[in-house]
Design a protein around this ligand. Structure first.
Ligand code: DGP
Length: 126
């Protein structure tokens, strides 16, 4: 699979400041903001600032600094949203969708961090 990145995707536009977002946290390599259509009381999207289509693109091709920056921002979100176990929270679900079978809507890698309630079954029944 190729990782052809589409610079017109909505998260690229958010990163360029063309579309507003409700920012939760940010560092040199990643941005965390609230999902426009939340599926949980707390629903934050964490995205790298680099041009990565999907989780596997990011995992294969991002630099160690980008990966560390992304992961540390995830930890910051878990703590600030009071869902992370490290800070005594009740937990959360972190998921990423990739491609057609993953039902990915926005082709810029993003991790959904959702909490504030019991998340229910991991995926729908088939
Ligand atoms: P996915 O199916 O994993 O690609 O999820 C994409 C998510 O992005 C979906 O939960 C809704 C969210 N989303 C789409 N457009 C916008 C937007 O313009 N702003 C914000 N904050 N979230 C968006």
């Amino acid at each position: 699979m190729s990782f052809a990145y589409d610079d017109s995707n909505i998260f690229a536009r958010i990163l360029r400041g063309e579309i507003p977002n409700d920012t939760v946290a940010e560092n040199d390599h990643a941005l965390a903001f609230r999902d426009i259509s939340p599926k949980a009381p707390s629903h934050v999207l964490v995205i790298p600032k680099g041009r990565y289509v999907s989780f596997d693109d990011f995992a294969a091709n991002a630099s160690e600094a980008e990966i560390a920056g992304f992961m540390r921002l995830c930890a910051q979100v878990c703590a600030s949203e009071s869902v992370g176990l490290e800070k005594g929270g009740d937990g959360f679900r972190a998921i990423t969708n990739a491609g057609a079978h993953g039902v990915q809507e926005v082709p810029h890698f993003h991790l959904h961090i959702m909490g504030g309630a019991v998340m229910g079954p991991m995926i729908g029944t088939r």
